[in-house]
Design a protein around this ligand. Structure first.
Ligand SMILES: [Fe+2]
Length: 234
């Protein structure tokens, strides 16, 4: 059996990202840290994501990203914070990619929640073992005021890549992923789910041999997101 410990060592930058905080969280996410929604039907047409402007940005493997909403509407992939301009991953501004993908924009707006970064990820193939090297937790709530909602992420799978799955693990007491908690969420075109990616170590395994595309949206936890999620359950 492949052991995470063979691929990830301490110190790891993810370990120091906070797990506990006073932020508002959703009960529907409490037990497992993720929730699977009903499939999107019909799925998003290829014309809405293949022609977007993609940028070289490595996260979770050999990846490129097409920013659709960013902190200031510019086409860039950095986090929402930079020195002198610290802000939470919320209040996203649409970029020049947004008019090219109206149904992706609609899917974000339909949540009714405050959103931050919105982007399409393009992930080249990586098998299960390769993907384990890129397991990580996200720093979604840096500079997020304590009395506001915890930022989580929604995925919409845009392509079919047979065998692809999102690997999720809780953090163990040693600060590394606890393999006994591993969940593999099967990915297929139209699959949708919301993950607390600051709580769970995560990565996508794509052994299909074909490029995988998915929409990733940062969303603020609160009554709007809660209502929307409950309306999207299978
Ligand atoms: Fe991540």
């Amino acid at each position: 059996m492949v052991q995470v410990a063979d691929y990830l060592k301490l110190p790891h930058w993810s370990t120091e990202i906070p797990l506990e905080s006073p932020h508002v969280r959703l009960d529907v996410m409490a037990e497992r840290g993720f929730v699977i929604l009903s499939d999107l039907d019909p799925p998003v047409p290829e014309e809405e994501f293949l022609p977007l402007e993609y940028m070289d940005w490595k996260s979770g493997g050999d990846t490129n990203f097409a920013p659709i909403a960013t902190a200031d509407g510019e086409l860039e992939c950095r986090g929402f914070w930079k020195p002198g301009e610290e802000r939470a991953d919320k209040g996203g501004k649409w970029t020049s990619n947004a008019p090219k993908c109206p149904s992706l924009v609609d899917h974000v707006n339909a949540t009714g929640a405050d959103f931050g970064r919105v982007r399409v990820i393009k992930l080249e193939p990586q098998d299960y073992e390769q993907s384990l090297r890129s397991l990580h937790r996200d720093d979604n709530n840096r500079f997020n005021p304590d009395d506001e909602g915890w930022v989580v992420r929604q995925w919409i799978e845009l392509t079919d890549n047979p065998g692809a799955s999102m690997i999720l693990m809780e953090q163990g007491p040693d600060g590394l992923p606890d393999q006994s908690t591993e969940v593999q969420v099967p990915l297929h075109r139209g699959a949708r789910f919301v993950v607390d990616t600051q709580r769970l170590w995560h990565v996508v395994s794509n052994p299909s041999g074909t490029t995988r595309y998915a929409l990733i949206t940062s969303l603020e936890s609160g009554p709007a997101l809660d209502t929307w999620i409950h309306g999207q359950l299978p």
